[in-house]
Design a protein around this ligand. Structure first.
Ligand code: FAD
Length: 511
């Protein structure tokens, strides 16, 4: 099943012209000559403990066997590695890193390769360590709800495993069919239910990590409370593979809710969305599990690219839509509460229309209109993705200001930099996604849009990345997003753990 998914990604990628090399996109990035280049002798050594199917070595990085492993899901970043290894055990990961450390060969860990910041693919010739063959669920404790899994377990697979046991994963995102637990933890992924279950910094109880020199750090605790010294696992959550390879994850999983209800509402302004959000917190209190929004242009993209034959659940065209989900234990109670909520929204003239799902199929359909947005816009052209966070009242102002800015004449004229620009996101977490199809003929489009959006977010005390991470995409903004003291401390930590700098170089920390 997993292999099929990966092959599908590969094919999807190879049907399109491949992204330009990342090093062409960011010409200031230069290959660090301190790293050794891979030789036939290195590969011979790796073959002493990896089987031939656990290693791809292609001297031509354009060859189909390795090109997709060098290219990210959104087809925006591309490296030129000639070697990808697929370890099956923690011991093999340790042997690979020990060898690369000794030879000072740079590596890039790769999970499901659905990351959005170019972190999971090489920039130059770093060895790709693909973790998809580490896919065992090691242990599940039905009393505490703690699951211990290999890093390569796919998020959706874990949820399917937990379902008959009455548990669920505390994380859900559109890429759940491909992304892996190790990748989720390494990006500190947020997703659709963060407002309910909190972040992975709270739900991950322990990690097994292979450090850059091959040492295995066994920190796979199942304890919820443990104050014995520094909480080392936190360093690796969101480190984007720059400090070591996460090989095992101990995750606290919550009980699966007995009743799930979903409503979709139409609204005419972002002010109305905020009112609806406050009312949802007031009226739905403990059962509110997600509050997502998107704009009319998002609907247009999903309809034209992925759901041509589906009828939109609400009549007419409205500026905004919000999806509200409840999770609780009493179906009748929760249904009544959600229905009352929709009625209140209508009475107060906050929402213009609304619909509540009547079956699990209808729940899936309502969610599909939200979850398919990133995939749809990626299908309609080269897509840029932003994931800024800020105070909720400001969220959609950024979308409006971006459109206004890029419609000015000196910005090459309307439609020159991008051809679609949509706004959607997680209102509950103050997290906006802006996505746009980049005009391919305009090579400066990416830089212009990055500069405008990141500067706007920083000026308004927001974050340039709420959940996707820095990767290679935002590394040049770290100087502005973090103080000199913060950067210095991050570098001290990096040097202490990875003195030879072999782990995922050129990412997260600027030179
Ligand atoms: C359609 C779609 C929807 C998405 N929705 C969301 C969303 O709602 N919220 C969200 O947060 N993200 C979202 N994402 C982004 C992405 O899915 C997440 O970042 C996800 O957590 C990445 O997991 P992965 O296994 O694909 O990691 P990869 O992309 O393979 O890797 C991501 C980073 O982690 C590192 N890494 C991977 N595995 C390991 C490991 N075992 N040890 C150490 N480092 C490792 C890589 O080097 C890289 O830096 C979405 C992506 C897509 C395509």
């Amino acid at each position: 099943m997993l292999q099929r998914r990966l092959l599908h990604t590969a094919k999807a990628c190879l049907n399109k012209p491949l992204a330009p090399f990342t090093s062409t996109k960011y010409p200031k990035l230069k290959r660090n000559p301190c790293y050794s280049k891979i030789t036939d002798k290195d590969v011979e050594h790796l073959r002493t403990f990896l089987t031939s199917s656990d290693l791809i070595y292609e001297k031509d990085p354009e060859s189909t066997a390795i090109a997709h492993l060098n290219t990210d899901w959104f087809n925006l970043y591309r490296g030129s590695s000639s070697l990808c290894v697929f370890p099956k055990t923690t011991k093999q990961v340790s042997q690979i890193l020990e060898y690369c450390h000794e030879r000072q060969i740079a590596v890039v860990p790769q999970g499901g390769n659905t990351g959005v910041s170019g972190g999971a693919v090489p920039v130059f010739d770093e060895v790709i360590i693909n973790l998809s063959k580490m896919d065992k669920i090691r242990h599940f404790d039905p009393i505490s709800g703690v699951a211990i899994v290999d890093c390569g377990v796919v998020l959706e697979q874990l949820d399917q495993f937990l379902e008959p046991k009455g548990y669920t994963v505390p994380l859900d995102l559109g890429a759940k069919g491909s992304c892996q637990l190790g990748g989720n933890v390494s990006t500190n992924a947020g997703g659709l239910r963060l407002m309910r279950y909190g972040s992975l910094h709270g739900n991950v109880l322990g990690l097994e990590v292979v450090l850059p020199d091959g040492t295995v750090l066994d920190n796979i605790s199942t304890l919820r409370k443990d104050n014995t010294g520094y909480d080392l696992k936190q360093l690796f959550i969101g480190a984007e593979g720059t400090l070591g390879i996460i090989t095992g994850v101990s995750l606290l999983t919550p009980k699966r809710p007995k009743a799930v209800n979903v409503a979709l509402i139409a609204l005419e302004s972002f002010e109305a969305i905020q009112k609806a959000f406050v009312l949802a917190k007031d009226h739905l209190t403990e059962i509110l599990s997600a509050f997502e929004f998107w704009d009319q242009d998002s609907v247009g993209v999903v309809k034209s690219q992925l759901m041509q034959k589906s009828k939109y659940p609400l009549e007419g065209k409205h500026a905004f839509y919000a999806l509200i989900e409840t999770q609780g234990s009493k179906r009748e109670h929760d249904e009544t509460k959600l229905l009352e909520y929709i009625q209140l929204l209508m009475e107060k003239d906050i929402a213009l229309d609304g619909v509540m799902a009547q079956s699990s199929d209808q729940i899936k359909t309502l969610w599909a209109w939200r979850e398919k947005i990133p995939e749809a816009i990626s299908k309609s052209g080269v897509a840029l993705t932003y994931d800024v966070s800020m105070d909720v009242p400001l969220l959609y102002k950024l979308v409006k200001d971006t459109k206004e800015y890029f419609s000015k004449k000196d910005m090459l004229g309307p439609g020159k930099v991008y051809s679609n620009l949509i706004g959607f996101g997680h209102v509950g977490d103050g997290n906006l996604h802006i996505m746009a199809n980049l005009n391919k003929t305009d090579s400066d489009g990416l830089k212009l849009m990055d500069e405008f959006i990141f500067s706007w977010a920083m000026k308004n005390k927001g974050s340039i990345t709420a959940e996707h991470g820095i990767g290679v995409a935002k590394v040049q903004y770290m100087h502005r997003a973090r103080s000199a003291t913060q950067l210095q401390l991050m570098r001290t930590i990096k040097r202490a753990i990875d003195p030879k700098g072999i782990m995922n170089p050129y990412k997260v920390l600027p030179e």
